[in-house]
Design a protein. Structure first.
Length: 320
C-alpha cells in the first residue's frame, strides 16, 4: 500500500491534471509554448497582442503552467505588468505536452469525460488512451531525477482524466456502495455490458485499486482510500464542460459560455454532478490538508500558493 501522504498527493495531482491538460495543449496548439521558448522572457500584454488572446483567461492559463513549475510568473506590484520567463526545464516539459493530445481531443469532441454515466461507447473511446497510459506512452524515463519527476508528473495529469470522471461516474451510480466495497464481485454484477466494464476494472487493477482473481474483483487498501474520497473529484469534474471550450475561452468569444436563455441548460457545468460533488466534499473532511481543504482552495480566487495545496486546482476558480 502507498503511504497516506502519497495517496493524498495523487488526488491533488489528478485534480491538477484536469486543469493542466486542456490549458497546456491549447497553448501548445496556438504556438504560445514555442513562442515562450524562443523569447525566453516576455510580458502577458505582448503575448495577448501577438496571439489575439483574451488577456484575463490567458493570464490564468500561464499561472497554471507556472504552478506546475514549467514557467516563471512575476507580477510588478507597482505597474501591474506580468512577466513570463522560461526556465531551464521548460523546453523538456513542453516537449511532453503533445502526449496530452488524445485526452484533449476526447474532452473537446465527445461527452466521455462530461456525462453522468459511462456507457459501452464511452468505454470504447477511452480504451486506446487506457492502453497508451498502461504503456506509459512509450516514454523512455530519464535517469536524471528532476527530469523523470516531470515525466511522471505529466503522466499523472493524464491519469487524472482517466481516473476523475470514471470515479465520479461510479460514485454517482452506486459502485462505492458498502456491498461492492466489502465483497468481491464480478463485472456483470454492476454493469449490463460486463465485457466493456471489465476493461475499466482492469485499468484500476493496473493502478493497484483492485485485485483480480478468476474474474472477481476486490478493493485493495489503496482502492478504499480513493473510493471513500470519490466526491473530492466531483466539483472539478463537474466543470469539465467548461474546459471543452478552452480554445474559445483563451482565443474566442468567452462570453458565449454564459449567454444562455432562460430554462436552457448551463454550458459550463454539469450541475447534477456539481451538487453531488459539493455535498460529498462538505461532508467528508478526512482528506483535508492541514492548510485547508481542497474544496476551499477551489473557491478562493486569490490563493497564496503554499506547499501541499494543489496549485492548478486552486486557479480553477479563476476560470469559473
Amino acid at each position: 500500500m502507498m503511504k497516506r501522504n502519497q495517496l493524498r498527493e495523487a488526488i491533488f495531482r489528478h485534480l491538477d491534471g484536469l486543469v493542466v491538460v486542456p490549458v497546456a495543449y491549447s497553448l501548445f496548439k496556438k504556438g504560445i509554448l514555442a513562442h515562450l521558448l524562443k523569447e525566453k522572457s516576455t510580458t502577458l500584454s505582448q503575448i495577448t497582442n501577438e496571439f489575439h488572446a483574451n488577456e484575463g483567461y490567458l493570464n490564468v492559463a500561464l499561472r497554471v503552467l507556472a504552478s506546475q513549475g514549467f514557467l516563471k510568473y512575476e507580477v510588478d506590484n507597482v505597474s501591474g505588468n506580468v512577466t513570463i520567463t522560461s526556465l531551464p526545464i521548460s523546453e523538456f516539459a513542453f516537449s511532453l505536452v503533445p502526449m496530452y493530445e488524445d485526452t484533449f481531443h476526447l474532452l473537446t469532441q465527445s461527452s466521455v469525460f462530461t456525462a453522468n454515466k459511462m456507457d459501452v461507447d464511452s468505454i470504447a473511446l477511452l480504451e486506446p488512451i487506457l492502453k497508451k497510459f498502461t504503456e506509459n506512452y512509450h516514454i523512455h524515463f530519464e535517469e536524471d531525477v528532476n527530469l523523470r519527476a516531470i515525466q511522471e508528473q505529466m503522466l499523472t495529469h493524464i491519469e487524472g482524466y482517466l481516473v476523475g470522471p470514471i470515479v465520479v461516474n461510479l460514485g454517482m451510480t452506486g459502485m462505492f456502495h458498502k456491498y461492492f466495497m466489502e465483497s468481491s464481485f464480478r463485472a456483470d454484477e454492476f454493469h449490463k455490458h460486463p465485457e466493456a466494464f471489465a476493461k475499466i476494472l482492469d485499468f484500476f487493477v493496473h493502478l493497484g485499486w483492485f485485485s483480480k482473481k478468476n474474474d472477481n474483483y476486490q478493493f485493495t487498501e489503496d482502492g478504499f482510500f480513493f473510493a471513500k474520497r470519490a466526491s473530492a473529484y466531483g466539483v472539478t469534474v463537474s466543470y469539465l464542460p467548461m474546459f471543452k471550450h478552452i480554445d474559445n475561452l483563451l482565443f474566442g468569444n468567452a462570453s458565449e459560455l454564459r449567454n444562455i436563455a432562460k430554462n436552457e441548460d448551463e454550458i459550463h457545468v454539469n450541475r447534477e454532478m456539481n451538487v453531488w460533488g459539493s455535498g460529498g466534499a462538505h461532508s467528508n473532511t478526512s482528506w483535508a490538508l492541514p492548510r485547508g481543504s481542497l474544496f476551499v482552495s477551489f473557491t478562493c480566487t486569490k490563493t497564496v500558493f503554499s506547499p501541499g495545496i494543489p496549485k492548478a486546482a486552486s486557479l480553477f476558480a479563476s476560470f469559473r
